[in-house]
Structure formats: C-alpha cells, structure tokens
Design a protein around this ligand. Structure first.
Ligand code: FES
Ligand code: FES
Length: 157
C-alpha cells in the first residue's frame, strides 16, 4: 500500500507492507536509525517517537497508521550543532551509558517539558515509567530531565 508520512518536516511517499511497523519504516525505509528497536514486547520504550505531537512506542504502530500524519524523531531534536536542552541535560548529568534507551527517553522528556516546564521528580518518573534503561538506573536520567527544566535555553556557552 502507498503511504505519505511527514517525518521531521519532510514528506515521504512510500509503498509498504500493511504489516510493517513504524519503527522499521523509520529505520529501514527512511534510514532514521536514531529510533531504536529494543524488544518484541512493547516494554522498553527505546522506540518512542511523536505521532501528531504525541509520544508513541513506534513498535506498537503500523506504518500504515501514520499515513497522512506527522512523525518527529530524535534526529529532529538538535538544531544544527546546537543540542536541545534535554540532550544537553543527559550529557551534563551523565544520563547516558550505552545510550540505547536514550533516544526514546529524549523524545518523552522533550514532550513532558513542552507540556510541563517544571515537573517534579515524581512527575518525571511517571512520564518515563514506560521506558527501561538497563545501564544507569534512573537517578541520573531524572536529574538530566530536571537539568533541562532548569535550563530551558540550554547551557551557557
Ligand atoms: S521496541 Fe521496545 S517498546 Fe518498542
Ligand atoms: S544507557 Fe544503556 S540502556 Fe539506558
């Protein structure tokens, strides 16, 4: 079937299998490998992207369901070489070890801060409760998101 999807402000028209998952469409058809595929059980959240401005696990969405919609992936967070404050927060507060979970967490964090610029630690933990990090524990991830909340314009150069 033919689908037309706008990904990171760019429109793509592609022929896809009806059973193709959005995560595979992004990675394999469009080459946007920043979105990770980490499980077969919809548990890990490494695949989170925005679909019409709402975070979704892209392994739970068919590419066909994105037809006519807008997708935003982690590749769209930085502006040129300027990292988004949530990306800076993960660097500043050591929220990354292997980085596998990071793209999904960044997309959830950006959405959270867009809707609640000053979230409590509990709110952050609830927002990322659908996402697993096998490396860091969550302390530094929560600190990273708080850092971004406290530095909405990013780090001072
Ligand atoms: S790949 Fe694990 S929740 Fe989507
Ligand atoms: S940093 Fe390795 S899974 Fe989270």
């Amino acid at each position: 079937m033919e689908i037309t999807v706008t990904v990171n402000e760019e429109q793509y028209r592609r022929s896809v299998e009806p059973r193709l998952l959005l995560v595979h469409f992004l990675r394999d058809d469009l080459g946007l490998t920043g979105t990770h595929w980490g499980c077969d059980t919809s548990n890990c959240g490494a695949c989170v992207v925005w679909l019409d401005e709402v975070p979704v696990k892209s392994c739970t969405v068919l590419a066909a369901m994105a037809d006519g919609k807008r997708v935003r992936t982690v590749e769209d967070l930085a502006f040129g070489t300027a990292l988004d404050p949530v990306q800076q927060g993960f660097v500043q507060c050591h929220g990354i070890q292997c980085g596998f979970c990071t793209p999904g967490l960044l997309m959830t964090a950006r959405w959270l801060l867009d809707h609640n610029p000053d979230p409590s630690e509990g709110t952050i933990r609830e927002a990322i409760s659908g996402q697993l990090c096998r490396c860091t524990g969550y302390e530094n991830i929560v600190r990273s998101i708080r850092w971004a909340a406290e530095h909405p314009d990013g780090a001072t150069p």
